[in-house]
Design a protein around this ligand. Sequence first.
Ligand code: ZN
Length: 97
Amino acid sequence: MGARQPYRKHVPQRTCVICRQKTDKRRLTRLVRTADGGVVVDPTGKRNGRGAYLCDRITCWDKVLGSAILDQLFGVQVSDEEKEAIAAYRPSAMGEA
Ligand SMILES: [Zn+2]
């Protein structure tokens, strides 16, 4: 079936911290460093704190979850528990293009 039209309205673009590709903000997941030094997913995109965006490519998620990239990015030690909570938002393989 037909390709989706990429432009209908202006949608803010953000850059994925892993692949550096600009994507619609809606297709990105925002991670934010909380005031107490934790890193969580911010589904609303409105939380205060230093944020980083992750696109919906599984490879990007795997890199984030399987390495110390987040630790470097946010300057904190991301615990296994936090990574598990983040992993819950990982896109399923179904959506892979
Ligand atoms: Zn990416």
